[in-house]
Design a protein around this ligand. Sequence first.
Ligand SMILES: [Zn+2]
Length: 483
Amino acid sequence: MQLYNTLGRQKETFVPARPGKVNMYVCGITAYDYCHIGHARSALVFDVLVRQLQHLGLDVTFVRNFTDVDDKIINRANKENRDWREVAQTYINAFYEDMDRLGVLRADFEPRATDHIKEIQDLCSKLIAAGKAYATPSGDVYFRVRSYEAYGKLSGRSLDELLSGARVAPGEEKEDPLDFALWKAAKPGEPSWESPWGQGRPGWHIECSAMSESFLPLDIHGGGQDLIFPHHENEIAQTEAVCHCHLARYWVHNGFVQVNAEKMSKSLGNFKTIRDILESYLPETLRFFLLGKHYRSPIDFTADSMDETEKAQHRVYLALREAEKALTREKWKKVPLPQQIADEWAAQPKALDEAMDDDLNTAQALGHIFTQVRIINRLLEDKNLRASEAGRDVLQEFLARAQQWNTRLGLFGQNPETFLAALRTMRASRKNIDMPRVESLLRERQDARASKDFASSDALRQALQDLGVSVRDTPEGQDWDLE
Ligand SMILES: [Zn+2]
């Protein structure tokens, strides 16, 4: 598999350090608020990467942390007059709820910073002993950036460049404006732990270096692009200054999510939490949308693009449902499949594999799924092929392939009938369609057709049409959908 490595800025063939085994660490959330769509994207990208590595037969150990002590958590707790632990636990629980709905698999290890205070302090002590860090009289510990020559290698920034933006805040006792905090002396009323430097708490960056220590060297370290600097740069410095090994061999970063072509921010009021979005769209629609672009490209969340995604998803599930229905036939004819269709059908799994192996190109993989749906629709529209043994084999394989897509991408694994019904309900509520009225009109029309009152049946079809509902008559009865 080819993976783009931020360290070196190029695609590289992925070779794990230990044959057959992969250690992967991804920076998780700071638990002070509900997860937004950017968190969803990051979680999904690495979820699909884990699935892909497993598909390649690798034994993956996946670590994703929770930052459960931090300024943002403490501020929120103070503002709401709650205990900071309770705030962190609330949003960790919410993370699980949201991610479970999106089908994100749990990590093998999900360490929390506050469970690793000892490891954090030990790493600080090691860094101080090595001359890479220092404690100040007031009990802060700082990393001595200039002592680590390779600083900037991940983000490609030079010390001069960094210096121009660096400031020493009032009260800070840094030797150099570039230095960053490993340990912070306790302020009154803040959570703190006893340490060799007095009461205090860890800085943010150090926790990941401490919690990834037992998994070194990491094969893959991941996170959003916004973590490249300073977070990941600092993690590298903290770990590599004392371990004399690489923190990680491959650095994988996912792109940003914008909302209506603007950067998402609380001040712009365009902040989209996962739970906001799932009031209007099904979880699998959001999952499909976020995997619809290559993970390194920026992605723009708009209602239109979500609606488009929903339509595409509808087509796939409709094909699955029609394939299931066609397979209930009992007698099959011996009609050969046209060679061109047979070839195109046979080529798709390899094409999909190649897309996934090419730096996890889920966008292209989805394209190959659509090609398969088009082949299936062509087959279903052809009376002879639909009833042929060769056609039956393709339809059966289509259903089997959909189960693989579910395993690899977390898509198209639901019961088609159930999914289409859920999609209909979701769209009806988004469009404010009066569902009880639609249902009663459908019942009336069914009765009219049963008593062969075709004039009423046509009038009712028109009434439904006016509500945005289209009706199709099939051998099994009325089939309807929103327009
Ligand atoms: Zn981290």
